[in-house]
Design a protein around this ligand. Structure first.
Ligand code: DAH
Length: 344
């Protein structure tokens, strides 16, 4: 009986002293395994006189149960301790200042392009695309600018070979779309994209810039439709209250052709240094699609008419954001670009 008491006490002491799961496991093996001390006590029972066996047996069982419960309790305690220690170690101090993740920004020209796309999609237009490396045929011939036409000089062209060039205007895409339609109207689309000219770069010229073409062809399209559409665009882009005016101009692919001015958004048309005192700012070229262009593209000019316009995106962005040097759009200076960070 003393031995049982001894084993029990030493087991409970060992359990109490175990400070980690590994040691506790050793204790479990030492006392509770088949070769452990408690099993050894059980074996001793054989040597006892019959009348002592029941009491001895029940004492050993009580001892075994006590030790088992103590080990289980200690195991749970140690496991929880380990969990809390881990939680403590892995704790993230969310009050520490974080390193700032620098996100890219939408380029100002893309902001303008997206605004225009949104606006025209809202009026039922679709968006067309075309190649930047273009055939002379679409850039010039179909636009009513044959080889000897003086208008070719107005657009200093990057030629790749005599029939291939970098498109000088988005009007090339207008021609592709007209041809593709095979005489079927209505057509209602815009084509934004990059264009190229052999200009020397300075504050107002860039050898690469962006335009968006607009084109509508259907029955009974008039100059009044063009004017209403562009007035809507001017108000959407430069704020409500804008008016526009048409000045006669010349483009080979439109007849009549107009240069379009918007009332100066800076002085409301009173005259300031941005509009050079005139109250008006030129924003784009436009006109009624030339009957010969319709004809060359398979449309009956007696039945169909259309309007077209070409707007320079840099020009719109410069006016809208007060940018005075077009080169800013292309040198990728972070100090410039971050002004357009919508997440700031
Ligand atoms: N293609 C002309 C340019 O680059 C702009 C233009 C003028 C486009 C009149 C048009 C238009 O569609 O009708 O200067």
């Amino acid at each position: 009986m003393d031995k049982i008491q001894q084993v029990q006490e030493s087991a409970l002491q060992a359990i109490q002293d175990a400070n980690d799961l590994e040691t506790l496991n050793q204790v479990r093996l030492q006392y509770l395994s088949k070769k452990g001390s408690i099993q050894a006590l059980m074996s001793e029972m054989k040597t006892l006189p019959k009348e002592e066996k029941p009491e001895f047996g029940s004492k050993v069982n009580v001892c075994k149960q006590l030790v088992t419960e103590a080990i289980d309790a200690k195991q749970q305690e140690l496991e929880e301790g380990a969990l809390f220690a881990n939680l403590e170690n892995e704790k993230i101090d969310i009050t520490l200042p974080a390193t700032q993740v620098k996100l890219g920004t939408v380029h100002p020209l893309m902001i303008i392009q997206q605004e225009i796309e949104h606006l025209f999609i809202g009026m039922g237009y679709t968006i067309a695309e075309g190649p930047e490396v273009e055939e002379d045929y679409y850039n010039f011939e179909l636009a009513n600018i044959p080889k000897d036409h003086p208008a070719r000089d107005m657009q200093d062209t990057f030629y790749i070979d005599p029939n291939t060039l970098l498109r000088t205007h988005t009007t090339a895409m207008q021609m592709r779309e007209l041809e593709k339609a095979k005489g079927q109207a209505p057509i209602k689309l815009i084509c934004p994209g990059k264009v190229y000219r052999r200009d020397d770069d300075d504050a107002t010229h860039s050898h690469q810039f962006m335009q968006s073409e607009g084109l509508v062809v259907a029955e009974n399209i008039t100059l009044a439709d063009l004017k209403g559409t562009l007035e809507h665009m001017a108000n959407a882009m430069f704020g409500s209250g804008r008016t526009i005016r048409f000045r006669p101009s010349y483009f080979p692919f439109t007849e009549p052709s107009v240069e379009v001015d918007v009332s100066c958004p800076f002085c409301n048309g009173k005259g300031c240094n941005v509009c050079k005192g005139s109250g008006w700012i030129e924003i784009l070229g436009a006109g009624m699609v030339h009957p010969h262009v319709l004809e060359m593209n398979g449309f009956d000019p007696e039945k169909y008419s259309g309007f077209a316009f070409g707007v320079g995106l840099e020009r719109v962005a410069m006016l809208k954001y007060g940018i005075d040097d077009i080169r800013n759009f292309y040198i990728n200076d972070q100090r410039f670009l971050k002004n357009f960070d919508r997440f700031d």
